[in-house]
Design a protein around this ligand. Structure first.
Ligand SMILES: [Zn+2]
Length: 65
C-alpha cells in the first residue's frame, strides 16, 4: 500500500481535462507529477487517453465521409 498524502490528492477527476490539454499549467504539472508516482491514476490516465483517441478517430472518420 502506498501512503496517501493529504497534499497529493488523486487526480482522477482531472484526467479528462488533462488529456484534452484543458488544464491550467499549474494543474497540468501537478497531474503529470502525480501520474509518475501513482499507479492507480496512471492506469486511469491510459484508459481516458484511449477513450479520447478513439473519439478522435471516430470524429476523423465522420469528417472523411
Ligand atoms: Zn492517484
Amino acid at each position: 500500500m502506498t501512503a496517501d498524502r493529504g497534499d497529493d490528492p488523486h487526480v482522477r477527476q482531472l484526467l479528462g481535462a488533462y488529456v484534452l490539454d484543458a488544464l491550467e499549467a499549474d494543474e497540468c504539472r501537478s497531474v503529470a507529477r502525480h501520474l509518475q508516482r501513482c499507479e492507480a491514476c496512471a492506469e486511469d490516465y491510459v484508459e481516458v487517453a484511449e477513450a479520447v483517441s478513439l473519439l478522435a478517430l471516430l470524429n476523423m472518420d465522420d469528417l472523411l465521409e
